[in-house]
Design a protein around this ligand. Structure first.
Ligand code: ADP
Length: 395
């Protein structure tokens, strides 16, 4: 009996020590309980048998029964151990599977993290592209708006210059018609005054004779003015340009101006004059006006000295454009700084007729000729030292 109980405890200890999990240990405990129950039964049976056997007086049979029972228990324990081994193996396999699953999960996690990072990067890139696109689009819109505004302004300027052109043409036409139509009655007045002076001049008293002379002078001046106005309105109309040899133009001019040059003992130095594209008559008139002024506006008791030269230059804004720059330098009275622009306007004079003769249209002629040839005209001057007039003609 004591041996059997000791066997039970041995069994319990072995089962507990072999199980690794709490639930398994409970399973074993339940198995052990079953064993204890069956052992109790057997013990009860044995006790019963023993008692009956004892009653029968056969102790040897008891021992054999107990040995048989112990063997049976041992086999049961073996079977249970085998089951435990099988379960342990299953558990080990499950452990392995769990480890594999964990590794897979870790790999999945890594993949998901990497994917997330890639997604974040992609989203950032898309946002960046969208941002850059937006900025470019806004720039494009601003540029478009600016271009439209500029186009509108250009159109307005074009329209204005067209209107100005039309008005200029209208004015030129008016000046031409007015001067042309004025010529005829003025000629009539001049010829009748001449007739009156011839036929009745002697019968006039001194005041009458003086008045007659004033009227003759005034009509003569008016005739000059009208002629120059007519000439001005005709300038720039001739657009059929030819090769003009400026040296030859000046040689011809020297002949035309010979009497004035000799009278004033004026010296003209000419150097490096090129052949340019333009209107020979207009360029001749341009040089004539500048040379005449250089002689006219001389300092008292000085010999006029005029230097005419030319150099080729390149446009600073557009290096592909070249032009001739002419200069006409004199040693005359000079022009005050504040009148440098004004003197190029029509009928603008700085002196009275008593000081210097003239109509105030010469430099306006020069400006119109130069501009109609595509050039510019300006001057440098120092009072009482002289002036240099510059003008350009495109090559
Ligand atoms: P005009 O010679 O008939 O007076 P211009 O138009 O030729 O008219 O010249 C306008 C004015 O410019 C002149 O009245 C004169 O005061 C000034 N001017 C022109 N050329 C010279 C010069 N070479 N030296 C000094 N003054 C000049």
């Amino acid at each position: 009996m004591y041996f059997t109980v000791a066997l039970y405890f041995c069994f319990i200890f072995v089962s507990f020590s072999r199980s690794s999990d709490v639930s398994d240990r409970f399973d074993y405990l339940s198995d052990v309980c079953v064993v204890i129950e069956s052992t109790d039964k057997i013990t009860t049976d044995i006790n019963g048998n023993y008692n009956s056997d004892a009653d029968d007086g056969e102790p040897e049979n008891d021992i054999q029964t107990q040995i048989a029972f112990a063997k049976k228990q041992e086999e049961t324990i073996k079977t249970i151990n085998q089951e435990i081994d099988v379960r342990n193996k299953i558990l080990e396999q499950q452990d392995l599977q769990i480890k594999e699953q964990k590794e897979k999960l870790a790999q999945q996690h890594l993949k998901i993290t990497t994917q997330n990072r890639i997604n974040l990067l992609l989203v950032s890139m898309v946002l960046l592209v969208v941002g850059i696109g937006f900025v470019i689009y806004r720039g494009f819109l601003a540029k478009k708006r600016f271009t439209i505004a500029l186009e509108k302004k250009n159109q307005a300027i074009d329209q204005q210059s067209l209107t100005l052109d039309a008005k200029n043409k209208e004015l030129e036409q008016f000046a031409y018609i007015a001067s042309h139509d004025l010529q005829e009655p003025l000629d009539t007045i001049s010829s009748f005054i001449g007739l009156i002076a011839e036929d009745y001049g002697d019968s006039f008293d001194d005041v009458g004779k003086e008045s007659l002379t004033y009227i003759q002078d005034a009509s003569c001046r008016m005739k000059n003015l009208i002629n120059e106005l007519l000439q001005y309105s005709r300038l720039g109309k001739n657009k059929e340009y030819t090769n003009v040899d400026c040296q030859a133009v000046l040689d011809d001019l020297k002949v035309v101006l010979q009497s004035v040059l000799e009278e004033k003992r004026a010296k003209i130095n000419i150097s490096n004059l090129p052949i340019v594209k333009g209107s020979e008559i207009e360029l001749g008139l341009l040089f004539q006006n500048l040379i005449s002024n250089a002689i006219k506006f001389m300092k008292p008791n000085t010999i006029p000295e005029i230097h005419i030269s030319c150099i080729q230059k390149t446009d600073v804004k557009d290096v592909s454009k070249k032009f001739w720059q002419f200069s006409v330098k004199d040693n005359g009275i000079g022009i005050p700084q504040e009148h440098k622009e004004r003197i190029f306007a029509i009928f603008q004079r700085l002196h009275s007729r008593e000081e210097y003769q003239g109509t105030g249209i010469g430099l306006a002629h020069c400006k119109k000729i130069v501009e109609s040839h595509g050039g510019d005209i300006w001057l440098d001057s120092e009072q009482r030292k002289g002036s240099t007039f510059y003008f350009t003609i495109p090559v």
